[in-house]
Design a binder for this molecule. Structure first.
Ligand SMILES: *Cc1c(COP(=O)(O)O)cnc(C)c1O
Length: 398
């Protein structure tokens, strides 16, 4: 069976002086021995040649290659942020007059980009419930270029049937773009038919909440097109990762498999115990989750169901009181983002998904009292559970 962590482990890079980590390429530009080679490089024959670091750099290529191996794609390209990856892919595929079918439960920034920003360039989007195949089919028009979705959606943790969606898309010449930020290692979208896999490296993959970063994984042709000096969205829009960051993310990637196992272990434990208490809990690892068996049909069980849980505190006031008390008791931080060693929690309706209008939030089931928890790497999760329950009792959630 394909194991993405084996693929990462099998890659060997050495530093300039035999260092066990690759050297950091601390240069924005590169010399050429002949003018002819420089010309050829501009024409796209960049094999073995570096031109300018917005195009590519050795450190960025090391990280890109490792992420391509992890996502089982021919190639990858790292970007300055997750949004830098998402916007470049959408602008590469879609031109004036084109249409996007997108899941309605996606990262707030992606939602805002498709809803408010791309229409200025004549690109329209239909937002759909991504768990309903007939709704997706109905939304497709002759101008649809891509279907955009998240494997596990933010913040409702809906699961997309990537295989089925890829089948219906490919029959119609439509590409499938998957944001896999919530489920690295657990799900490999390319194995299910996805054309492009995106991550915000800011989250689990880097895991130390010290940088933003992104990656686009796809075919060699697509990645080369993104980097084309005359027409590539990555090259021309310029969301380039810095070499120093690429090298630090590369080092954190080495422990991703161990971290994901612990996040998933803690997630499953907490979600199960919360549900037993009668709390409205959403977690793909619970048999009560509507897509539990779908997730199981797609996942690599070594890495589990991930570390994202939502609970319903009943109201925004209770959600806020609970988060403030949990922070006071040092159970985690009231902060957006995810994938940190420490538990992070936020109320998506009034933070990360606030770009989505209130009536639409209601319609998709995003309740005011929803608390999104990115469970940390806590060693003693029973202790964490007991302390969280004490907080819930104090603020009247239980
Ligand atoms: C955070 C996030 C993004 C955006 O990534 P940045 O690195 O903050 O630009 C995109 N998609 C998902 C699912 C995210 O959680």
């Amino acid at each position: 069976m394909f194991n993405p962590a084996d693929k990462i482990q099998d890659l060997q890079y050495f530093g300039e002086f035999g260092g066990v980590n690759p050297s950091i390429s601390d240069s924005s530009t590169y010399t050429f021995l002949s003018a002819k080679t420089m010309f050829d490089t501009f024409e796209g024959n960049t094999d073995g040649c570096y031109l300018y670091s917005r195009h590519s750099s050795p450190s960025n290529l090391y990280l890109s290659d490792a992420l391509a191996a992890m996502e089982n794609t021919e190639a990858a390209h790292v970007t300055a942020s997750g949004m830098g990856a998402i916007t470049a892919v959408i602008m590469q595929y879609c031109k004036n007059g084109d249409h996007v079918v997108s899941s309605r439960t996606i990262y707030g920034g992606t939602y805002a980009f498709l809803k408010n920003y791309t229409p200025q360039f004549g690109i329209s989007t239909t937002f759909v419930d991504i768990t309903k195949i007939d709704v997706i089919l109905n939304a497709i028009t002759e101008n649809t270029k891509i279907i955009y979705l998240e494997t596990v959606s933010n913040p409702l943790l809906e699961v997309a049937d990537i295989k089925k969606i890829s089948e219906i898309a490919h029959k119609r010449g439509i590409k499938v773009v998957v944001d896999n930020t919530f489920s690295p290692l657990s799900v490999t979208p390319s194995l299910l038919g996805a054309d492009v896999t995106i991550h915000s490296l800011t989250k689990y993959i880097n895991g130390s909440s010290d940088t933003v970063g992104g990656v686009i994984c796809g075919t060699r042709d697509f990645i080369n097109a993104l980097k084309d000096v005359n027409s590539g969205s990555c090259m021309l829009l310029g969301a380039t990762m810095d070499s120093l960051r690429a090298s630090s993310i590369m080092k954190n990637l080495r422990t991703l498999h161990i971290r994901m196992k612990q996040h998933s272990f803690n997630g499953l434990y907490l979600a199960g115990r919360f549900e037993e208490l009668g709390l409205k809990t959403v977690y793909p690892g619970l048999t009560s989750h509507p897509s539990h068996s779908l997730f199981k049909s797609m996942y690599n069980e070594n890495y589990g169901f991930g570390g994202m849980i939502t609970i319903d505190a009943g109201s925004l006031e209770k959600a806020n009181a609970l988060m403030e008390l949990m922070q006071e008791r040092n159970l985690g931080y009231l902060a957006v983002s995810l994938g940190f060693y420490k538990t992070l929690f936020s109320a998506p309706g009034s933070s990360t998904s606030s770009e989505i209008p209130m009536d639409e939030q209601k319609e998709m089931g995003l309740s005011e009292g929803l608390v999104r928890i990115s469970i940390g790497l806590d060693e003693n999760i029973e202790r964490t559970y007991q302390s969280m329950v004490a907080c819930m009792k104090e603020v009247g959630v239980l």
